[in-house]
Each structure stands twice: as C-alpha cells, then as structure tokens.
Design a protein around this ligand. Structure first.
Ligand code: SF4
Ligand code: SF4
Length: 463
C-alpha cells in the first residue's frame, strides 16, 4: 500500500487551486518583536475578557492584561513588555471595532518573572490541573475557530471521549503555517496530541493531513511509529476537508448530527497549532502570546511564514515581506475561502490569524452579480448538503422563516458555493446576513417577552 492509497474524504466539496507553492518550502521565521502591539480583548468565541490594566501601567510579556469573564472565555496576555499606551476601541482583524489594549515596547522583551518553567513530568499532573493550565494560558482554537480550548477539553460525564483528532489538513488555499509547524515542531504536535488524550481520557489519537503534504505525513508517521494508539490519516486534497464535521466524517465515517457536537460521537478535535500551544503551556508555562502566520498572495513581494506576536499590526509583517507588488488589492485575515477583508493594515494579528492574504487588484472578485440560473453547482459543492441557492435567495430578500426551514445554521460558511457559482452570487454574504438577522429577531422577541413579564409583575404588585 502506498502513502496515498485509499485517501479519506467527505461528500461534496470543491477543488480550488491550492496556491501553496510560494510558502510551503521555506521555514518559519521568527518576526522581531514589534515596537507596538494592539491586543483586542475579544479574540475568542464567548464572552470578551475584562481589561485589568490601566493606561501608563508597565507590563511584562505573559502578564494577564484582560481576565476571562465566565467559563466560555479566555484570558488575554501581553505579548511584549512595555507601557500600556491606550485602552479603548480599535479595529480588530475580524473587521469589528472592539476594546483593545495598546502596548508600546520598552525594547527589553522581558517575560513576567516566575512565569516560565520546565516541567518534564507535566503528563503526571491530574487532568483537571492540566485543563486549568490550558485555561489560564488563554489557549483557543488556532485554526481560526477560536473556541476556548479548556471548554472543549471538559466534556460532560455522560459524553465520554474515545478519540482525539488533530486537524493538520490546512485545506484553505495559500496557507502553509500548519504544514511548516508539523515539519519543524512535529515532536510538539505529537506531545500536544498525547496531552489532549490524557486530559479527555481518550484511547485513540488521529492526525489528519491532506495528501499534498507528503513530507509532513512521513515525518509524523515516523514520530508516532510504534505507538499503537496514534495513527496518521492521509486525506484527499479537497476543500473544506479541514472542516470539523467533514474531517470527522472522512476519518470515522460517522456524521455529527445537525446542531450536535463532535463530543456526541465521543470525539474531540483540535488544530495542530492549538496542540503545540497546549503542550508549551503545560511543559514550559508559556501563555499564548505568539502564533505562526502565513503572509502570502500575489500582492506581496516575498511571501513568508512568521512566528509572530499576537497584536503585531499587519503592516509590520507585510513590510518584512518586502511590501506590495504594485497597487494593493485586498488584505484578508485568513485564507481566500473563509477569511475576512480587513479595513486597514493597522489591524493586529489575533489568536485566530492563520494567514494574511494580499490579493492583487486583478484577483478581486467582480462586484456585480447575476440572478441565479438554477444550475445546481452550489448544491453539488456544498459539504453539508444544504441548498445554497435557496439560502442565497431568501437571505437577499430577508425571508427569515424560510432561511430557518433550509437549516441556515448548519452552514459552516466555507464559501464553496460562492466559489463555484457562475452567476458570481455572494452567497456566503447573504447567508451571514440571514444568520445575523435571525439572531437579532430572536433577541428582539426575548426582550419583548421580558418586557411583558415585567409589566405583568408591576401590575400584580399595584393590584
Ligand atoms: S451553504 Fe454554507 S456550507 Fe454550503 S457551500 Fe455554502 S458556505 Fe459552504
Ligand atoms: S451556483 Fe449560483 S447560479 Fe447555480 S444554482 Fe447555485 S446560486 Fe444559482
């Protein structure tokens, strides 16, 4: 059996050009610490963290500058040492204006005293303690989902976990950060997988990698040789192979039910970068203050992969790549399929920034789009078996009941439908708009109900 026989996959999906060749042969370069970082307090799914530092306060790298607010939240740490210059709203890489802490470097790049350690016996710590370390280190899903990791690692007792899947697929075109991480820090990837298996009590570990990374597949197979509990699964090159439900189906042939979670099947999934961050937190006491990010695209002079500090302005990294090739088109936080265009180069790298993609002007999609011609290409490409043409029509006309009837919340916003649509319809934008409107409508109904109940109570007291 060859390395690539019996490739695993899911139903649906598309084959966009992978465009990874400009950065998949290089190395991860350590970007110099920036002179200023802008650190948003909302970098994860869940409640934004609460700022705990003040303007003019001196901070050290690794110091908590915003504390987690509730269980589904994560603390935020200073990524350089220096002085807090500003606490207030600024644009994040998500395109939203959120509370940020701006730190000006003191040039020392000093860690908080007593933070770093070396704990070779970390695997002997009880699972609860390891989970606590991961929580305190502010670790969230680094593949872009940014879900707080400690929550994923705390399944309820009635949902025992038997398998941990590490996602090393990196199916987004252009991005190569995870690929290089698996090559250069393969030992840490495997250590992270074993750590997660210990925390959730799983017996089996799987590392899923697309077949277009044969060197990473070989390397991780070599590193896990002789371990009967860990295997490397080679996956067909297809988008979105790295989607959570798609990868679970490809590896196990089991479907996560609509509205369900991987833990319903006894599975926990994490990105390879997240596994490395968890390992480094438990072994060395490092909170999450840096990540690997691909800076690439036809619009950039020398695409590269950087280990860069959270909070680094995009513009500093594009400068390190030699600037732009001619007139700049669009700058995207993430890849071309699921990424979001940013409003300026001042926005910072956040925990979920897997890539910075600079598209040249001629690569931009047309602004004009045509009516749907019912060709069905979007339906064939949808990995979740939805009807994107209907979601697009109903989203455009704000028909909210119909959108719910077509299971709009199962859409993973992978962009496959928009990519194949010959009418160039911005289907994902219509879907995002539809989801937002439905959620806003639900909130309005809750507010009305609360107001009715309050009025009824007041009337009761008055009577
Ligand atoms: S409808 Fe959603 S899940 Fe289906 S292809 Fe479009 S973006 Fe992807
Ligand atoms: S791909 Fe575009 S034109 Fe074809 S059915 Fe879907 S929305 Fe309509």
């Amino acid at each position: 059996m060859g390395l690539f026989s019996n490739l695993l996959t899911f139903r649906g999906g598309i084959h966009p050009p992978t465009c990874k060749e400009r950065t998949n042969h290089g190395r991860i370069e350590v970007a110099p610490p920036p002179s200023r970082v802008i650190i948003p307090v909302a970098q994860h799914i869940g409640a934004p963290a609460d700022v705990v530092v003040k303007k003019k306060e001196k901070v050290k790298r690794g110091q908590v500058i915003a504390a987690a607010k509730g269980f589904v939240s994560a603390p935020i740490h200073a990524s350089i040492s220096g002085t807090v210059k500003e606490v207030g709203p600024a644009y994040s890489a998500t395109g939203q204006r959120v509370e940020c802490v701006t730190i000006e470097s003191d040039g020392e790049d000093a860690w908080l005293e007593g933070l770093l350690t070396d704990r070779p016996d970390y695997m002997e710590l009880p699972p609860e303690e390891l989970r606590e370390i991961i929580h305190n280190a502010g670790i969230v899903g680094l593949g872009g989902a940014t879900f707080p990791s400690h929550v994923k690692l705390a399944p309820p007792a009635e949902k025992p976990i038997h398998t941990v899947i590490l996602n090393g697929v990196e199916c987004e075109p252009y991005l190569t950060a995870d690929h290089l991480l698996m090559l250069e820090r393969g030992e840490e990837v495997v250590a992270g997988l074993r750590l997660i298996m210990r925390v959730v009590g799983a017996k089996e570990g799987v590392i899923g990698i697309e077949a277009n990374k044969p060197d990473a597949i070989r390397h991780l197979k070599e590193l896990t040789k002789g371990d009967p509990n860990i295997r490397v699964a080679t996956l067909q090159v297809k988008y979105p192979q790295g989607g959570e439900k798609q990868l679970i189906y490809a590896v196990t042939k089991k479907e996560v039910p609509s509205g369900g979670l991987p833990m319903d099947l006894g599975i926990v999934m994490n990105n390879v970068g997240t596994a490395v961050a968890m390992f480094r937190a438990c072994r060395y006491g490092e909170p999450l203050t840096e990540r690997v990010t691909t800076v690439t695209g036809a619009g950039i002079v020398t695409p590269r992969n950087f280990l860069t500090r959270i909070g680094t302005p995009f513009g500093e990294l594009t400068e390190l790549c030699g600037g732009f090739n001619g007139a700049m088109g669009t700058v995207i936080n993430g890849g071309p399929m699921m990424g979001i265009a940013v409003p300026s180069l001042d926005v910072p790298v956040i925990k979920g920034t897997s890539g910075i993609l600079v598209l040249a002007k001629e690569e931009l999609p047309p602004r004009e789009y045509e009516p749907c011609i019912r060709c069905g290409m979007c339906v064939r490409g949808c990995p979740v078996q939805l009807v994107p043409s209907a979601l697009s029509d109903y989203g455009e006309t704000r028909m909210l009941d119909e959108l719910e009837g077509y299971n709009i919340f199962d859409c993973i916003e992978c962009g496959s439908c928009s990519y194949v649509c010959p009418s160039k319809r911005p289907i994902v934008q219509f879907i995002r708009y539809g989801k937002r409107e439905i959620l806003a409508e639900r909130q309005k109904q809750r507010d009305r109900q609360a107001a009715r109940e309050a009025m009824a109570k007041t009337a009761e007291v008055a009577a």
